[in-house]
Design a protein around this ligand. Structure first.
Ligand code: ZN
Length: 334
């Protein structure tokens, strides 16, 4: 069969970076979404913003040259960063895990170092965008991404576009309240989603039960060191029939379902993508979650909303950062 040789815009190369408190993930992709290569390196956050930015620039060059390219072949660079931040100007206002980052002009500094147009956005937004662009919600118009980790990260895509809000701080799903009289959150509010349904919240709820004297095989599993109790330990103990683990897990599902149902009722998404190590629990997570969400949503909105595990793993943020600068360059003044 003869192939059409008429070409549209040729594929261009783009770099995506995901700046984390511990590691930076970098990816080299094409504008059509072909993933060429990736590289990760330690952030070395205690050395401060100037060092971290220089290091990111050097590693970007390394990734580019390793693939037989030069920086002039790179069309755009996207960076996912912890916030709060001004994504329009590419300024990081502050970040809990990045000491010394106060009003850091990340976009400007990276552009100066590399001579390529840079766009910066919230890391959780980028992770959700990555799943919508190339992952579990590929091609879907209305997507909610929820990452369960130490906290809960959120990202919302409506009509294929990232929702940023009035001053670019939308989609803080982890800080929507599930209980106005509940646990005090790091943000100062009470009963935030992440206080009940993050990976660390699962572990903390299990510890609370054990401290109150509930007998559980989890105590032996961590050899008495409750600091080593993780959501994975809870899931494993539950599979072996541990009662305290089962109660902890059921409580987690109850809150997670309420949080997911809030998003479904509010936004009527096509897909809700759940990310984080907890998704390795598979059916133990998704079967009861869907059932509980069903009870708290309208039949039609529930029918539209697939609830699925993320596909891109630790590459989601970097791929999404590349995706937003490819598809939404106008926003960043590119
Ligand atoms: Zn909060």
């Amino acid at each position: 069969m003869k192939r059409k040789t008429t070409k549209k815009t040729p594929d261009r190369y783009v770099i995506g970076l995901d700046l984390g408190g511990t590691n930076v993930m970098a990816v080299l992709v094409t504008t059509s979404g072909k993933v060429i290569d990736n590289l990760h390196f330690p952030t070395e956050a205690p050395k401060g913003p100037d060092y971290v930015i220089e290091n990111m620039a050097q590693n970007t060059i390394k990734l580019v040259e390793k693939n037989g390219l030069k920086m002039k072949n790179i069309w755009r660079i996207g960076i996912g960063s912890p916030g709060p931040l001004d994504s329009k100007k590419g300024i990081i206002m502050g970040a809990v895990n990045l000491p010394g980052w106060k009003f850091v002009r990340l976009k400007e500094m990276m552009e100066k170092q590399l001579g390529t147009a840079v766009g910066v956005d919230n890391d959780a937004n980028c992770a959700a965008y990555g799943e919508a662009w190339l992952g579990a919600a590929r091609g879907k118009a209305n997507v909610v991404g929820i990452t369960l980790g130490t906290g809960v990260g959120g990202g919302i895509i409506i009509d294929h576009k990232l929702v940023r809000g009035a001053n670019y701080n939308a989609a803080e799903i982890g800080h929507t309240s599930l209980n106005p009289d509940g646990r005090v959150c790091k943000c100062g509010a009470k009963g935030c989603f992440e206080q009940y349904a993050s990976a660390s919240a699962i572990a903390e709820s299990a510890r609370e039960r054990i401290r109150k004297g509930t007998r559980s095989m989890m105590t032996e599993m961590v050899k008495g060191d409750l600091g080593k109790l993780t959501s994975k330990v809870v899931a494993e103990a539950m599979e072996q029939g541990d009662k305290a683990a089962k109660e902890t897990w059921d409580e987690f599902i109850k809150y997670l379902a309420a949080g997911v149902a809030n998003q479904i009722n509010g936004l009527n998404p096509d897909v809700v993508v759940i990310a984080g190590g907890v998704i390795n629990a598979g059916d133990l997570l998704f079967v009861p979650l869907k059932e509980a969400v069903r009870k708290q949503t309208f039949a039609l909105t529930f029918a539209a909303a697939k609830i699925v595990p993320a596909k891109l793993g630790e590459l989601a943020g970097a791929l999404g950062a590349a995706g937003v600068v490819i598809n939404e360059g106008d926003f960043y003044g590119m």
